[in-house]
Ligand binder design. Structure first.
Ligand SMILES: Cc1ncc(COP(=O)(O)O)c(C=O)c1O
Length: 437
C-alpha cells in the first residue's frame, strides 16, 4: 500500500508527465520529416491542458492544438509563446484577442475570412484554410473551396490575413484500411492544387490525427496533429493496444474505499437494486460516480483493482459513488482501489472501461470532472498501486515502455506504419464504437 502522503484523500487522477513526454517523442519519431502538433483540447483530454502542453513542448512538440478560443488564450495566459492552432470558433467570438495573441486560426467559409479580416488591428491574422474532404464537419466542401480561396487571396493582398496552412480532418483513420482515408487524401491533395492555382502557397498542410500519424504515413504532409496517442491511449482500441504502439498511458484513476461491509445473500445493491448478492459478499464503496465523470453505462461490470485483485462494479453507478463486489477479500475503508491505469500492474485500462460503457477510451479520460484532483508525477514508479494479486504479475520497476526497453516503442519496428495498418485494418469488424474525437 502507498504511504499516507501519496494516498488520495478521496480520489485522484495521477498523470505521469514522463509518459506524456515519451509519447510525444514516439509520435515525433513516427512522423519524421513533419512537424508535430500536440492536441490538448478538452483540458488535455482530461489530463490537464497546461501541464500537458508544457510536457509536450519539452519533448519537442512544435505546435499545440486547441479546439476553442478559451483554450488557446488560456495557453497563452499560462505562458506558452510557441505556435498554437485553434480551429473552432463561432460568429462574434473575440477573434481580435486571438489574432493579437498570435494564435493561428481556421477559416472554412468566406464569411469567416471576412470576420477575421474585420478583427485585425495591428498584425495580420494567421489563417489555415479548411477543406471538408468528406467528414462533413467544418470546412468548405470542394464546390465552395474556390470561393474560400478567392476571399483569402483578397484579404491577403490587403495585408489583413496571412494564409499559413491548408488543413482537413480524417473520419476513419482508426480504420486505416477504410477507403474513406484514400478518398479524403485525394480530395485534400486536389484542394492544395486548386489553392496553388490561385497563388496560395501555404507553408503548412495538415490532415493526420493519431490514427493517421501512427498508421497512414502518406497523410503526414509537413504537420501532424495527434491527440489521444499523446496520452498513451491507442486510437485503435483493443485492436492494437497502446503497448504495441510504444505508447504509455499517462493517467491512473484511483480512490479509497469510503466503506467496506459484508452483506448477506440476497442483498440488493444501488438504485433500482439491479444486482443482488448471490451469496454473502464483501462490498467496497468507491467515492466516485457519474458526477465525477464515470460513465453510468458502465454499471454492473466496470472493472477495478483492489489489493485482492480485479473486481467489478455491481449495481448502478450513482452520481457520487459506486459499489464494488470484493467477494471474500479482506478489505477496509481507506484501502486503495484503482479504476484504471496503464495496465502494467494488473489494473484495468481506459479501454476496459470503454468496453464496459460501450464507448471509446477518449471519452473515459476526457469526461473526468473537476471534482477529481489531478496529481502530476514524473515516472510511473511514483504511482503506487494496490498490491498486485497473484493472477496479475507485478509490474517491472522500470518504466514499462521506455524507448530502450520496449521494442514496439522503436519507430523503426513499424516501417511506414505497416504493423499498425495491418492489425488495425481488421478493426472494421470489431464492435467497438469508432473514433469521434
Ligand atoms: C481537428 C482535430 N485535429 C486533431 C485531433 C486529434 O485527434 P486524435 O485524438 O484522434 O488524435 C482532433 C480530435 O478529435 C481534432 O478535432
Amino acid at each position: 500500500m502507498s504511504s499516507p502522503q501519496s494516498s488520495p484523500v478521496r480520489a485522484e487522477a495521477v498523470v505521469d508527465l514522463a509518459a506524456i513526454r515519451h509519447n510525444v517523442a514516439t509520435l515525433r519519431a513516427r512522423a519524421e520529416g513533419a512537424q508535430l502538433m500536440t492536441v490538448v483540447k478538452a483540458d488535455g483530454y482530461g489530463h490537464g491542458m497546461v501541464p500537458v502542453a508544457r510536457a509536450a513542448r519539452e519533448a519537442g512538440a512544435d505546435w499545440i492544438g486547441a479546439a476553442v478560443l478559451e483554450e488557446a488564450l488560456g495557453l497563452r495566459a499560462a505562458g506558452d509563446t510557441g505556435p498554437i492552432f485553434c480551429w473552432l470558433t463561432t460568429p462574434g467570438e473575440p477573434l481580435a484577442d486571438a489574432i493579437e495573441a498570435g494564435i493561428d486560426l481556421s477559416a472554412g467559409a468566406p464569411w469567416e475570412i471576412d470576420e477575421l479580416a474585420a478583427a485585425v488591428t495591428d498584425r495580420p491574422a494567421r489563417v489555415h484554410l479548411k477543406i471538408d474532404t468528406g467528414m462533413s464537419r467544418g470546412g468548405a466542401v470542394p464546390e465552395e473551396w474556390p470561393a474560400l480561396i478567392r476571399a483569402a487571396v483578397r484579404e491577403q493582398a490587403a495585408g489583413l490575413i496571412e494564409v499559413k496552412g491548408i488543413w482537413s480532418h480524417l473520419a476513419s483513420s482508426d480504420e486505416p484500411k477504410s477507403p474513406a482515408n484514400e478518398s479524403q487524401l485525394a480530395t485534400f491533395t486536389e484542394a492544395i492544387e486548386v489553392a496553388e492555382s490561385f497563388g496560395i502557397d501555404a507553408e503548412f498542410k495538415h490532415l493526420a490525427n493519431s490514427g493517421a500519424t501512427l498508421a497512414l504515413p502518406e497523410t503526414h504532409f509537413n504537420l501532424v496533429r495527434p491527440g489521444v496517442a499523446t496520452y498513451g491511449l491507442s486510437p485503435f482500441g483493443h485492436a492494437l493496444p497502446s503497448a504495441e504502439l510504444g505508447l504509455v498511458p499517462a493517467m491512473t484513476l484511483r480512490a479509497r474505499f469510503a466503506m467496506v461491509k459484508r452483506v448477506p445473500a440476497g442483498a440488493g445493491v444501488s438504485y433500482g437494486l439491479t444486482w443482488t448478492a448471490p451469496r454473502p459478499s464483501t462490498l467496497g464503496l468507491v467515492p466516485l460516480g457519474y458526477g465525477d465523470g464515470l460513465p453510468r453505462h458502465a454499471s454492473n461490470g466496470a472493472p477495478v483493482q483492489s489489493a485482492g485483485g480485479r473486481h467489478a462494479v455491481v449495481g448502478r453507478i450513482c452520481m457520487d459513488q459506486c459499489v464494488v463486489n470484493l467477494e471474500d477479500d479482506e478489505a477496509a475503508a481507506g484501502d486503495e482501489v484503482v479504476l484504471f491505469g496503464p495496465g502494467t500492474s494488473g489494473e484495468p485500462t481506459a479501454d476496459d472501461w470503454a468496453d464496459a460503457a460501450g464507448t471509446i477510451n477518449y471519452e473515459i479520460v476526457t469526461r473526468l470532472g473537476a471534482r477529481i484532483p489531478r496529481r502530476y508525477v514524473d515516472g510511473t514508479q511514483s504511482v503506487p498501486h494496490p498490491a498486485a494479486p497473484s493472477s496479475h504479475p507485478a509490474a517491472p520497476s522500470s518504466h514499462p515502455a521506455a524507448p530502450s526497453s520496449h521494442p514496439a516503442a522503436q519507430p523503426s519496428s513499424h516501417p511506414a506504419g505497416q504493423s499498425a495498418s495491418h492489425s488495425a485494418g481488421q478493426s472494421g469488424s470489431r464492435d467497438t464504437p469508432s473514433v469521434d474525437g
